[in-house]
Design a protein around this ligand. Structure first.
Ligand SMILES: C[S@@+](CC[C@H](N)C(=O)[O-])C[C@H]1O[C@@H](n2cnc3c(N)ncnc32)[C@H](O)[C@@H]1O
Length: 446
């Protein structure tokens, strides 16, 4: 636990969801905390491992409900990716992003703290934000996970167009990455990026095929790796200051004899080690992720517009290629990915296409009805041709359960959309002749 902490008004009080869109501070001994959370299973799917779950409700309520009522989180979460409202003080079409700062901070702290005990040993938690709150969120994450759990702060290029009215045209978001086991240990279980084999060339007609190359140097001064190398043009080279050659002289001579050393600039340049496809290690991810590799907000919007041309576009979706990279680095097939700020459902769609298990929570029932639910149904049916469908050769399959968790405080009014979802599911079940269970249970928090 960090010695240095951010303080804010009411920090010592828990904050709980109230109604469909607000929150309330909870005083100690507030008797309403013993009011049961109402949990409904809206589908016939069993909520057992290995279930995928779409939960309609506040993320914290959902975590509590799933933990007490099901065993879907039992195996441990390998990856948490959350893309919460950034607190930009802007009202988006689908949700308001105008919380008071103390509430926003408690909202984040309480959810991260609830996720922590549910994590698998080599889990990581990725929190996607912009400059509105990212520096404060990092202090909160230090507090929840310990500052020694910090792994990286990834800068994602979210757009490629310039806003000429602003002082600076901000074109990045930040994704904070924490691993409670610490970066050194987590590094041993995370996946490297796959090197693009189409970038290999055969510049010397090597019969072994095309190759990539890397500098034949290593950091630091090692005596046995300081020797003269003579280039084909007759230049005598020593390693650059503060560095050594990559290997000892004998190994260098063996590699040279084997045709594994390449001298660029027509034989005048510094030696480089040739690496054939089978010798390529994956790449350690950089912390700056560009739009060509991971897509932009606009790419994500275009994908959604193609799927739902008649619905007003979701304002803040993330592209599937961004989630593909995160899920690839942080998980293996079959492992559990959790997102408690679901939005249009990018995390679940990508996790599904990549063969991971997933649990996603979204509080706004209209967003579930307009985007999340139909999008995931398309993924299952194999009729979503966008995003990473082609690169993963996704053709459809699998299933998911749907649950609804009502908030403990405040009222759910008739406009909350959950009734529409129930009607939609009932109509679908009738169409497909599927059984539909309405199991309603109540329970209190531990
Ligand atoms: C930035 S969007 C997420 C976008 C998503 N990553 C995507 O690609 O579509 C944030 C979402 O969190 C939802 N949300 C806000 N507060 C929530 C809460 N307490 N529990 C669950 N969902 C919440 C909002 O309704 C909104 O859909």
């Amino acid at each position: 636990m960090s010695d240095i902490q951010l303080i804010w008004p009411n920090k010592d009080l828990p904050l709980r969801a109230a109604g469909v869109a607000s929150f309330e501070w909870v005083q100690p001994m507030d008797r309403r905390m013993s009011i049961p959370l109402e949990f409904e299973n809206l589908t016939a799917s069993l909520l057992d491992v290995p279930a995928n779950v779409l939960a309609i409700g506040d993320g914290l309520d959902v975590l509590e409900a799933l933990t007490l009522q099901t065993n879907v989180l039992e195996d441990g979460i390998r990856l948490v990716y959350i893309d919460p409202p950034f607190n930009t003080q802007v009202n988006f079409r689908q949700y308001n992003d105008t919380m008071q700062r103390p509430m926003w901070l408690s909202m984040m702290r309480d959810r991260l703290a609830a996720l922590r005990p549910l994590l698998a040993e080599d889990a990581s938690v990725w929190v996607h934000l912009d400059d509105s709150e990212v520096h404060r969120a990092r202090a909160v994450m230090d507090e929840v996970f310990g500052d020694n759990a910090f792994v990286a702060s990834v800068v994602w290029q979210k757009k490629t167009t310039r806003d000429s009215r602003a002082a600076f045209s901000s074109n990045h978001d930040t994704i904070l990455v924490y691993a409670p086991s610490g970066p050194k240990r987590w590094k041993t279980s995370r996946n490297l990026l796959v090197k693009d084999e189409t970038l290999l060339r055969n510049r010397d007609d090597d019969p072994r095929g095309p190759w990539s190359d890397a500098p034949f140097t290593a950091p630091g001064f090692r005596k046995a790796q300081q020797y003269d190398i003579v280039t084909p043009t007759g230049q005598v080279l020593r390693p650059p200051r503060g560095r050594s050659w990559y290997a000892t002289e004998q190994t260098y001579l063996d590699l040279l004899a084997d045709g594994r050393i390449w001298f660029p600039k027509g034989g005048d340049g510094s030696p480089r080690l040739k690496l054939f496809a089978h010798q390529l290690r994956g790449l350690v991810p950089f912390t700056v992720w560009g739009a060509p590799d991971t897509g932009t907000n606009d790419d994500a919007k275009r994908h959604l517009m193609a799927m739902f041309p008649d619905v007003e576009v979701f304002d803040t979706p993330k592209p599937e290629s961004l989630l593909e990279r995160i899920i690839h680095i942080a998980t293996n097939e079959g492992e559990l990915v959790v997102d408690i700020f679901g939005g249009s459902g990018t995390t679940a769609a990508v996790a599904h296409k990549m063969g991971r298990r997933w649990v996603i929570a979204e509080r706004n029932a209209q967003t579930v009805l307009d985007f999340l639910l139909p999008r995931l149904q398309r993924v299952i049916d194999g009729t979503d041709s966008g995003g990473i469908t082609e690169s993963t050769s996704w053709a459809g399959g699998g299933n998911f359960g749907i649950v609804h968790v009502s908030p403990r405080f405040g009222k759910l009014d008739s406009k909350n959309g959950i009734d529409l979802i129930k009607r939609h599911l009932a109509a679908q079940a009738a169409l497909r002749r599927l059984p539909l269970i309405r199991a309603r249970t109540c329970f209190t928090a531990a």
